[in-house]
Design a protein around this ligand. Sequence first.
Ligand SMILES: Nc1nc2c(c(=O)[nH]1)N[C@H]1C(S)=C(S)[C@@H](COP(=O)(O)OP(=O)(O)OC[C@H]3O[C@@H](n4cnc5c(=O)[nH]c(N)nc54)[C@H](O)[C@@H]3O)O[C@H]1N2
Ligand SMILES: Nc1nc2c(c(=O)[nH]1)N[C@H]1C(S)=C(S)[C@@H](COP(=O)(O)OP(=O)(O)OC[C@H]3O[C@@H](n4cnc5c(=O)[nH]c(N)nc54)[C@H](O)[C@@H]3O)O[C@H]1N2
Ligand code: SF4
Ligand SMILES: [Mo]
Length: 713
Amino acid sequence: MSLERTELVAGRSLRVVRGACPHDCPDTCALETLVDEQGRAVRVRGSADHPITRGWLCAKVNRYLDRTYHADRLLYPLRRVGAKGSGQFTRISWDEAIAEITQRWQEIIARHGAQCILPYSYAGTLGLVQGAVTDNRFWHRMGACRLERAICGHAAEEAVQLVLGGRMAPSPEMLLQSKFILIWGSNPASTAPHIMPFLREAQRQGARVVVIDPIRTLTARSADLHIQPLPGTDAALALSMMYVMVHEQLHKPEWIAQHVLGWEAMLERIMHYPPEYAARITGLAPETIIDLARQYATTTPALLRVTDGINRHTNGGQTVRTLACLPALTGQYGIAGGGLMYSTSDWVRWDRAARDHEHEAVCPPAPRTINMNRLGAALTGEANPPIYSLYVYNANPVASAPNASKIVEGLQRDDLFTVVHELFETDTARYADIILPATSQLEQIDVHKPYGHLSLQYNARAIAPLGEARSNWDVMRGLAKGMGYQEIWLQDDAELVIREVLTASSASNPLLANVTLEQLQAEGTVPLQIPLDERIPFAHGRYNTPSGKIEFFSEQAAAKGYDPLPAWEPEVETRVERDGRTATSLAAAHEPLPLLCPAAHHFVSSSFGNLDVMKAKEQAPTLRIHPLDAEVRGIRSGQLVRVSNERGWCHLVANVSEEVRPGVLATTTVWWPRFSPDQRNINWTTSDRLADFNGGSTFYTNLVVVESAEVAG
Ligand SMILES: Nc1nc2c(c(=O)[nH]1)N[C@H]1C(S)=C(S)[C@@H](COP(=O)(O)OP(=O)(O)OC[C@H]3O[C@@H](n4cnc5c(=O)[nH]c(N)nc54)[C@H](O)[C@@H]3O)O[C@H]1N2
Ligand SMILES: Nc1nc2c(c(=O)[nH]1)N[C@H]1C(S)=C(S)[C@@H](COP(=O)(O)OP(=O)(O)OC[C@H]3O[C@@H](n4cnc5c(=O)[nH]c(N)nc54)[C@H](O)[C@@H]3O)O[C@H]1N2
Ligand code: SF4
Ligand SMILES: [Mo]
């Protein structure tokens, strides 16, 4: 089959196997793995012929073989022999593991019901089979507790849905058509690196790039202008930009009249945000706001890039909703190089019935749902009846979920039966009763639908599973057998599953027309079938909202109890008063400051956090603090500091730096607790409070006190 080529390297004939990067990253790179005669992968590289990957990989996945062949890979099922969390395990067979797990589950189901079994998973792999299918079929058949997968972009997704009716970002190539690129609370140089060459090229062609971020990120450093507002104030900034546009008549009333619902009501709201007022809230100069509004409104096409970073605040939903309205004021939607670049997820959706089989008569009705942001709370009393078994895969909640001390407390419960399916003995796996070894992406089959561009990517198996590692779906198949579930859709292998979902999905979506498993296997990369004139989102002027228009005013929002209009609300934890009074005053040493904990350049959440080479590049779990704030607290670079609040504390290494604006702190996400001072990371301080929209996470609404650890002891 042409899905495997060979290549002669130093006299050796190596197989070239096509794959997909499985990580939570909008780039979904096309991989090529070179495999030697012994079946060992010797190199992983980016495909040269992929329109976005273009022959290179990021700093993390370039070292994917270090991850795959890491000495710490879990190779066999393990059973706990010491106390929970002690890390003492003994090897068992797969048969023993499956028998023990299914027996415990049968007992729990008989005594308490399947709603007391909670599967917890997120972004280990974004593949169709090893992600979505695994997340649904088996658990629906069991009638297990549902998981609200709200840890990442839930609030933003709902915001974009309310305004535009779907996530229809343009593909990165469209950046080349832009003349003004506004990157707002997004750091693609680290989190979506393959858009950077397009951004550079656009800049060379004369486009202006402006970054709005409280931190001087890698992306901000190469921008033409960097604006640093206080966190959580962006909706006020956007409303004020609209104020300037309206006052200076830079907006397009005819376009708005034709395409927007609720302009009159919105206008009234906008009038509350003159630049002088927004300046006090955002901590910016009024002139900065006026200039930005003028530039944005008078350069066309103007593209606004917003990603999930900015939505992780208690007001994150309304913030993203307000930002999504901005392009409409000057008619940027529907033109090449203009509009909103959030996510491409809704160009194509997998057929849900084929993917999940939730509709099957054998599946019990949906029981309760638990929001993953509340994991710790759920394990320590919030769930009633209690959770008696937790099955973790594709996730590392002790490192990556908020309010981690609660999670650890829950995981120590004697009456909780915890199974963790993992490649490594993570801080979460340490608390397992049974650990199951997982395959890496090179050892499994899958297909990937990206959220940052418009090509499907097949992932062929490049090497045999290491040790006794099994893929997520293969474990589900084994557990289904162990539970006595007979359904064929719980036994199909990965290829059959892909074929079934593709067939059903292409029947209802012309963009997938004629895409077959064979084509994916032969070509690796298969672009969605989008005619040229349909590549510009919303060029037809139709929006998938109830009114068919861009909705500034939203009945749907009102029905959910939200403000029917976009708005700025202060965060729940903040130094910013509604009238902006105290926003920019220097905080006294004992006063708390807002702490941001965005993505690290060399980790993906906690993934890669156990590779020495990545740890070395990230250096240490640092706290960036502005010289003015450091001085008040007597803190110098390199010393250990303690950050704390009512939820918890952790130690970080101070980095006194002008990369953060005064009054704002920053660390990076996330160090493994076990590689951190005191075995705890920043999530010992982050909040499990839910965002304003859709149960979203609020990692970045986090006030902490900072003190020298030498004083605090
Ligand atoms: N290298 C790397 N790549 C990743 C990841 C990773 O961990 N590492 N994670 C992946 C995942 S899971 C996701 S969801 C995406 C996230 O991709 P991004 O959204 O780009 O990532 P973040 O770093 O979370 O946030 C982006 C920026 O938002 C800024 N920000 C936070 N709050 C505010 C605010 O209130 N106002 C403004 N203006 N800016 C704010 C932060 O300072 C940060 O620089 O990246 C993916 N890619
Ligand atoms: N402080 C702070 N915390 C954050 C964030 C933040 O900005 N700040 N960002 C949040 C965001 S945006 C996200 S998306 C979440 C992500 O949270 P998680 O989804 O928990 O991500 P990771 O911590 O990377 O854990 C993924 C785990 O899956 C495992 N894995 C990989 N492939 C497979 C596989 O095929 N099978 C199995 N069984 N396991 C596999 C990996 O080894 C890894 O340990 O983190 C959140 N946490
Ligand atoms: S993490 Fe992102 S940039 Fe890196 S290889 Fe994967 S898809 Fe590409
Ligand atoms: Mo995420």
